[in-house]
Design a protein around this ligand. Structure first.
Ligand code: MG
Length: 389
């Protein structure tokens, strides 16, 4: 078995939304196809992935360094011990040749996206859904639940939006079967954000059904002001109050804000997550870490991050992979994490799950298609297929 080719294309997300810090008008993502010569059901196995949402396409690094390194390698050196399937960890080691330590995000998204596409291929070769392969390899083969908790990352800012629009949006999420929603904060003055928050609470009922996300907006003074104002609502969590690397300020907030804090989607290495827990004052009994595996060297590296967190006494129920897509759903299920997020109708063809996914009482049924199962997302799969046409 060998990798025949790896192809990438940048695709615009076409979103008009904004969070507290930036709008998505220029946002793109890299779609990747790893084409193999292994045949299943009469077709060559192709592994697909995209680099999640919120970071721009990264095809330049892939084409200049990572894809040529893989295609130049001896194909046998990229296989697992059986010789009949790819070994993503060996292929990451191949991509990491001649790479200097540190500077993770310059390459972690490109490498991680290719790595997740490799896992799609690995699971297709095994004729299993990826969540099952991950549970077997990384979670002691534990029988995983048939359904995974999933909440909505919503409550965005958009031009002309009224409080009623926001409440209608939240009602739609509840009607669709979700039991927890997240909304943006920090895009308006505190008093207006609180009006939005109280309006959403009227719809969802209580703070444990609602999280807020500040997208790293606040300096120290504003972070404290929001933490004080949010505390009485006892929200499910307060996400990314400050710069993702300001562990000192996170530690101060953890001292004065009792309800859960959340962060991690803008960390790209195991070392950064370790430092976050060690110096950011995070509390293993309640706080939430949200690494985005395709943006942080991929799934095998995520498994290493999890063993570090396990060793530091962190609960898996406090881990929610960022992304709101089929990749993070498999990862949440396979590793037995707290749950996944969802962005219904937000990121065009890249948000959401299989077209036949069913959501009941806030939980999503797991897909049974081989691999990640992008084949079950008609609009997204049409984009992916173009890479191999
Ligand atoms: Mg966020």
């Amino acid at each position: 078995m060998r990798i025949v080719d790896i192809r990438e294309r940048a695709v615009p997300l076409n979103s008009t939304l904004s969070n507290s810090s930036f709008d998505f008008s220029e946002m793109t993502t890299s779609v990747v196809a790893v084409i193999t010569d292994c045949v299943r059901d009469g077709q060559p196995v192709v592994g697909y992935a995209f680099n999640s949402t919120g970071r721009y396409a990264c095809g330049a690094q892939m084409r200049d360094r990572f894809i040529p390194r893989i295609l130049r390698a001896d194909p046998a050196s990229l296989l697992d011990a059986t010789g009949e399937n790819l070994d993503p960890q060996k292929i990451v080691a191949c991509m990491m040749q001649r790479e200097k330590a540190g500077g993770h995000s310059e390459r972690s998204i490109a490498i991680g996206t290719i790595e997740v596409a490799l896992w799609d291929a690995v699971a297709k070769v095994e004729r299993k859904p990826l969540h099952r392969v991950l549970a077997e390899r990384f979670n002691g083969g534990k029988k995983i639940a048939d359904r995974v908790f999933c909440y909505v990352g919503g409550g965005w800012y958009f031009p002309g939006q009224t409080i009623k629009d926001l409440q209608d949006e939240m009602r739609r999420h509840l009607d669709a079967g979700y039991t927890m929603v997240k909304m943006k904060v920090g895009g308006l003055p505190l008093s207006e954000d609180l009006r939005r928050l109280e309006a959403v609470l009227q719809v969802v009922g209580s703070g444990d059904h609602l999280a807020v996300d500040a997208n790293c907006k606040f300096d120290r003074e504003n972070a404290f002001a929001y933490a004080k104002a949010l505390a009485p609502f006892k929200l499910r969590w307060f996400e990314e109050p400050c710069d993702p690397l300001d562990y000192g300020l996170m530690a101060e907030l953890a001292q004065m804000y009792d309800s859960p804090l959340a962060t991690g989607e803008n960390l790209f290495s195991t070392q950064d997550v370790k430092n976050l827990v060690r110096f950011g004052g995070l509390r293993g009994d309640r706080d939430v870490i949200q690494v985005d595996p395709p943006q942080a060297y991929g799934i095998a590296q995520y498994a290493r991050t999890l063993s570090q967190l396990d060793a530091m006494g962190w609960q898996r129920s406090g881990l929610f992979p960022h992304g709101g897509n089929q990749m993070s759903l498999h990862i949440a299920a396979g590793f037995g994490l707290g749950g996944a997020e969802s962005y219904p109708g937000v990121f065009g063809d890249f948000g959401g799950f299989a077209d036949d996914a069913r959501l009941t009482e806030g939980k999503l049924n797991l897909p049974e298609r081989p691999g990640i199962g992008f084949e079950g997302q008609a609009k997204l799969y049409r984009i992916m297929r173009e890479l191999v046409a």
